[in-house]
Design a protein around this ligand. Structure first.
Ligand SMILES: Cc1ncc(COP(=O)(O)O)c(C=O)c1O
Length: 310
């Protein structure tokens, strides 16, 4: 007789958790000339769903299941066109949880097809309203149908930054306890906030540097220009010792250079994090800088094209 294994949701969560985090920390060489400065970056595409957002999505889902807010009878709802959506969809599929995402109609065709192939329902919002409008409409929908939806709300959900507090920071500190600077951009701000708060608890001497794109019309998908975007509710300004600016041009220069030196295909957001680390490197005599590479170029056809033409 065939044995049927029925796993409890906790067992399923454990199985998924085995594929989240514990990403490699790689040295970034050849981009600056000071031998006393070392830069390390965490290759976050090396986990389930191919990006840093697996950490936040998993923690948001896990905590919602444990608190009873999310069951297989409900639908996880959020606004995201990018990595968080792919992470919700991938994890949701494994756990039997339905996912509905609101995203601007101008999100790429490849992105929409990928999300749909994972069984996600998509609600398209106006391209003129961007992700801010998608967020507002998701909140309205969740308010109208509380019995149907669990509203994950990554911009306001504490379990977003706590994912990084409990995993990303611990991983970094156990691998490079000599870290002097942590540098990262601000998107939902979960990665920067959670990692910085924990690193500072582990060693108050660590300096945390956030950055934002240098103008509103930047090409650094994932990072927010704070003056012109809705500032996420989870952002804790005190987590940053300094906030600097990074240009799209510098990030694209780094994509080309890193590909030439190491064959690594960085996304614009990962290259921007390295640009931030290089800004810090320019201001110090010696030290160890750690940053994050949120994803690679696989989902960015314009970057793949640029690399191909090099
Ligand atoms: C490619 C990419 N970079 C950066 C970020 C921003 O990370 P965080 O939301 O943790 O600030 C995201 C988040 O969606 C992303 O997808």
């Amino acid at each position: 007789m065939e044995t049927i294994h029925i796993h409890t949701i906790e067992e399923q969560l454990l199985r998924v958790e085995a594929h989240i985090g514990n990403t490699p920390l790689i040295p970034i060489r050849g981009l600056h000339h000071n031998p006393d400065v070392t830069i390390f970056a965490k290759a976050e595409w090396e986990q389930l769903s191919g990006s840093v957002k697996a950490r936040a999505a998993f923690n948001i889902i896990q905590q919602a299941i444990r608190s009873g807010q999310l069951t297989t009878d409900k639908v996880l709802l959020d606004a995201t066109s990018g990595n968080t959506g792919i992470a919700y969809a991938t994890i949701g599929k494994k756990l039997g949880i339905h996912v509905t995402l609101l995203l601007p109609e101008n999100a790429s065709k490849e992105r929409k097809e990928l999300l749909q192939s994972l069984g996600t329902e998509l609600i398209l919002t106006s391209k003129f309203g961007g992700t801010d409008e998608a967020q507002e409409l998701a909140a309205e929908l969740a308010k109208k149908h509380p019995e149907k939806y669990f509203y994950a709300n990554q911009y306001a959900n504490e379990n977003n930054w706590k994912a990084h507090y409990h995993t990303t920071a611990e991983e970094i500190f156990s691998e490079v306890p000599e870290i002097d600077y942590f540098v990262a951009g601000l998107g939902t701000t979960g990665t920067f906030t959670g990692t910085s708060l924990k690193l500072k608890e582990l060693n108050p001497a660590i300096t945390t540097v956030a950055f934002q794109p240098d103008n509103a019309l930047h090409g650094l998908e994932g990072w927010k220009h704070l003056e012109t975007a809705i500032v996420p509710a989870i952002f804790q300004p005190e987590a940053a010792d300094r906030i600097i600016e990074v240009s799209t041009e510098h990030a694209y220069q780094i994509i080309a250079e890193v590909y030439r030196n190491d064959g690594i295909r960085l996304s614009p957001s990962s290259a921007a994090n390295i640009a931030g680390a290089l800004h810090v490197a320019d201001t110090i005599k010696s030290g160890v800088i750690v940053t994050i590479l949120p994803d690679n170029a696989d989902k960015y056809s314009e970057v793949l094209q640029l690399i191909r033409n090099k």
